[in-house]
Design a protein around this ligand. Structure first.
Ligand code: CTP
Ligand SMILES: C[C@](O)(CO)[C@H](O)COP(=O)(O)O
Length: 264
């Protein structure tokens, strides 16, 4: 697919509420997964993580456009991949080159979303198995008026806060603990995060430096800095992020269980 202009097919969207777009940052290298192809292109049951993630989003009736943000040196390869394995109609897909940080990649993806689309989701390519109910819940909350919506789960481990490393501490050596936050007040957040488009655009405009870096690890954090409320909806354990090698083993197991239970 070389044409980057979305052409919305008229009839399949007829009678539906205005469509939402999903930006899929997929330009990371996957250092924590280990050496190899960029993470979004690594196979899960023989299909790249990115293709799983796009299919998962496309299952949501609200999604009309998916903008994939590819590793800059793989943009054409990603276009070819998605042309071979397209999202089912009426979902349109575009591919744009990404940046040096996740937030820069999101900003580049957002620039490609037509102004007419008011609800925008941001979903990691590295979360290939997000269930459609989670995507639907995020869209519904934004449509109901929340400017920023994040799926989240309770934290199940006890979390320690650490202080500055003592002088001479070797990497991997003991770290000083300075506190234990109340776990009942903590949530582990996932994607897709959903936004009113204007809020997301303003958050990225105001909080990125010249290189597009923000120092934030998710988009909702930028909205929080605007002083705009962010709300949580229930996340899902299958929406986990493939970060380390064991996550791929878990993802294969989840897919195998789905094939047994659901036949897909
Ligand atoms: N410059 C970047 C960095 C990350 N991402 C994307 O952001 C998502 C979440 O990031 P993460 O899991 O941290 O991916 P990586 O940055 O690839 O992982 P690592 O930190 O292990 O290298 C991924 O889908 C990743 O492709 C991106 O689009 N552009
Ligand atoms: C956005 C995110 O997926 C929320 O959990 C996460 O912060 C991105 O992961 P990263 O490893 O910090 O890039």
């Amino acid at each position: 697919m070389t044409d980057t202009t979305p052409h919305f097919r008229g009839s399949p969207h007829a009678g539906r509420p205005a469509i939402a777009a999903a930006i899929v940052p997929a330009a990371g290298s996957g250092v924590r997964l280990g050496p190899g192809t960029p993470k979004a292109l690594r196979p899960l049951n023989g299909t790249p993580l990115l293709v799983h993630a796009v299919r998962a989003l496309a299952r949501a009736r609200a999604i009309g456009l998916v903008v994939v943000v590819a590793p800059p040196d793989r943009t054409e390869a990603v276009r070819a991949l998605l042309d071979q394995q397209p999202a089912p109609p009426p979902v349109e897909q575009m591919v744009v080159p990404g940046g040096a940080t996740r937030q820069e990649s999101v900003r580049l993806g957002l620039a490609a979303v037509p102004e007419s689309i008011e609800v925008v989701l941001v979903h990691d390519a590295a979360r290939p198995l997000v269930p459609v109910d989670t995507v639907d819940a995020v869209v519904a909350a934004v449509r109901a008026g929340a400017p920023a919506v994040v799926p989240a789960l309770p934290v199940t481990d006890t979390v320690k806060q650490v202080g500055p490393a003592p002088e001479g501490r070797l990497p991997g050596g003991p770290e000083p603990v300075v506190g234990t936050p109340d776990r009942s007040l903590l949530r582990a957040v996932q994607t897709p995060q959903g936004f009113d488009r204007a809020t997301l655009a303003k958050a990225h405009e105001l909080h990125a430096d010249a290189t597009g870096a923000t120092g934030a690890t998710d988009d909702a954090a930028l909205v929080e800095r605007l002083g705009v409320p962010v709300v949580l909806v229930p996340g899902h354990e299958e929406a986990f992020k493939v970060t380390r090698p064991l996550d791929l083993v878990l993802a294969e197991a989840v897919l195998a269980r789905r094939r047994l239970n659901d036949g897909f």
